[in-house]
Design a protein around this ligand. Structure first.
Ligand SMILES: NC(=O)c1ccc[n+]([C@@H]2O[C@H](COP(=O)([O-])OP(=O)(O)OC[C@H]3O[C@@H](n4cnc5c(N)ncnc54)[C@H](OP(=O)(O)O)[C@@H]3O)[C@@H](O)[C@H]2O)c1
Length: 222
């Protein structure tokens, strides 16, 4: 398969890249500016693309003509501690996180959808339970919650719009994963999260379009 992954230089995106390379696929690993650990991977099946999903600028690097699997993984959390509290969260923070986590995947799909349609591929949008109203018992974290909730809805619209073309779109929750984003405090490691989400992706057509699925295959109410 031809697989394109955003935010692939560290964390879960890097884990996806390693996972699919080990399985013998061609991987287009996109990174914002610093290739990071991608530089340590010696594989003829790895293709690098510079892509900052926060802007409309074109990606730099050769893209595949056909994409069997597109994973919108790139994301930011925004300020930690009480930086996203009702008292402190700012307009700039709200808009910055929304721009990367919700508009970013939309930009990427707008740019690549014809290549996914060409092979009736799968699009997986990495959201978070933080974007689930049903799961929100603790409030706060306005920017992250709003952006990830926005992505759930954007992903559902993509699923409806692309279904007639044979493209399956699903929304993923990776679990609470030990990466930089959570200061390595998570409950599971990257390989566990990635293996689980990869299985969900394999089973993508068993779910309804735009369905929100966790790494363990459980449906996330939203
Ligand atoms: N870890 C968790 O527990 C958890 C839970 C729920 C959801 N998620 C979601 O899972 C995804 C991956 O998170 P992670 O835990 O792997 O986080 P991470 O370790 O902080 O990695 C985030 C990745 O996104 C990239 N990125 C950020 N802004 C970007 C931009 N404007 N353009 C392109 N790439 C950009 C980063 O690139 P740079 O190195 O250039 O910054 C990095 O590769 C995110 O969407 C996150 O919201 C994670």
């Amino acid at each position: 398969m031809n697989i394109l992954i955003t935010g692939a230089n560290r964390g879960i995106g890097l884990g996806f890249t390693r996972h699919y390379l080990e399985q013998g696929h061609e991987v287009w690993a996109c990174y914002r500016s610093d290739p990071g650990a991608l530089g340590e991977i010696d594989s003829p099946h790895l293709h690098s693309v510079v892509w900052d999903v926060s802007s409309d600028a074109q990606p730099v690097g050769e893209l595949p003509e056909q994409i069997d699997l597109l994973i919108n993984n790139a994301g930011i959390y925004g300020p930690v501690k009480d930086g996203q509290s009702l008292e402190k969260v700012s307009s700039d923070v709200m808009l910055d996180v929304f721009n990367v986590d919700c508009v970013g995947p939309l930009r990427v799909v707008q740019a690549l959808k014809e290549r996914v349609i060409a092979v009736q591929g799968v699009i997986a949008n990495v959201s978070s339970k933080m974007g689930s109203s049903a799961d929100n018992g603790s409030g706060g974290t306005y920017a992250c919650r709003a952006a990830k909730a926005g992505l759930v809805i954007v992903s559902k619209s993509m699923a409806v719009d692309l279904e007639p073309f044979g493209v399956q779109v699903i929304t993923l929750h990776p679990g609470w994963v030990r990466t930089d984003m959570v200061n390595h405090t998570g409950l599971i490691d990257v390989p566990t999260s990635v293996a689980g989400m990869a299985q969900v992706i394999t089973d993508a057509r068993k779910y309804s379009g735009g369905q929100f699925i966790a790494f363990d295959g459980k449906v996330v109410p939203y």
